[in-house]
Design a protein around this ligand. Structure first.
Ligand SMILES: [Zn+2]
Length: 277
């Protein structure tokens, strides 16, 4: 199976998975439907299904327009709020599209109906893939809009973290540089974070995506998967992995421009005051 990575909107990704034998295709989070249909036509494939990770507009807003064009299309997802949903799926449910298999992994927290999709092909030695929406990013994780740190711990460590280590990670946004800057603040000594950050910057210069990574790589530099590491525990001042995750996410929510945090405005004003004759 071939995965086409398509950059859309400001920093979103939609994906087209092509089964090369049957020429059938599955789209993941096709939020810009016209663009997707152009690619479907150009590739000479038949779009049979849409997998939606969650109901947010930048992931689901293309579904209804696609259904208008292709009335037989099936739109899968785990949340009734998903636009154009035709087939609601539950945790562990398996779908089959010719030789492509999908296992639905319920990962509530970013939204209460978030679903990730683990995918592999019959009789194929390629690594499997997982489409993680806004749950796991390259170097980071999604915001806890409708869930708790306990849920995200379960999603990251017990669900996604137990997939085969060579699984390719295809996430919902290109947030890699921002995520790795935060990862460097958490673990300044982690060589893999530094290497990955300079690689991601070079990719950005060339306008190339940083997806996919692999689960094994994420374990090396993504602080949200490194909750038991000493450096991550030290940064958060916690030992319990769920508490570590809670603090990490809170710090990340407040992480904008680290330099301003070193010298807050009040301190600057004070310094200027002292410098004045
Ligand atoms: Zn979202």
């Amino acid at each position: 199976m071939k995965v086409k990575v398509i950059s859309i909107l400001e920093d979103n990704y939609m994906y087209l998975v092509i089964d090369e034998q049957s020429r059938g295709a599955i789209a993941i989070d096709p939020a810009v439907p016209q663009r997707l249909l152009e690619i479907v036509t150009r590739e000479g494939v038949t779009l049979t299904a849409v997998l939606t990770t969650h109901h947010h507009w930048d992931h689901a807003r293309g579904n209804e327009a696609l259904l208008k064009e292709l009335p037989d299309l099936r739109v899968y997802g785990g949340d009734d709020r998903i636009a154009g949903l035709t087939n609601k799926v539950t945790n562990g449910q398996e779908l089959k599209f010719n030789s492509v298999n999908v296992r639905c992994l319920f990962t509530p927290c970013h939204t209460s109906g978030h679903m990730c999709y683990f995918m592999w092909e019959d009789d194929c030695t390629d690594s499997p893939a997982v489409f993680t929406g806004d749950t796991l990013f390259v170097g980071g994780c999604g915001r806890f809009f409708e869930g708790t740190a306990e849920q995200m711990y379960h999603n990251l460590i017990e669900v996604l973290g137990t997939l085969p280590h060579d699984t390719k990670i295809f996430c919902g946004h290109e947030y890699t540089i921002k995520n790795l800057k935060f990862a460097l603040l958490v673990e300044p000594e982690n060589k893999r974070v530094k290497e990955m950050l300079s690689w991601a910057r070079a990719r950005d210069d060339d306008d190339k995506p940083t997806v996919p990574s692999t689960l094994l790589e994420e374990f090396e530099y993504n602080p949200f998967l490194r909750l038991s590491e000493e450096g991550v525990q030290r940064f958060t001042g916690k030992k319990d992995p769920i508490e570590v995750l809670q603090v990490l996410r809170k710090e990340k929510d407040n992480f904008k421009k680290p330099k301003e945090r070193v010298l807050p405005h009040a301190m600057l004003a004070l310094e200027w005051g002292l410098l004045r004759p």
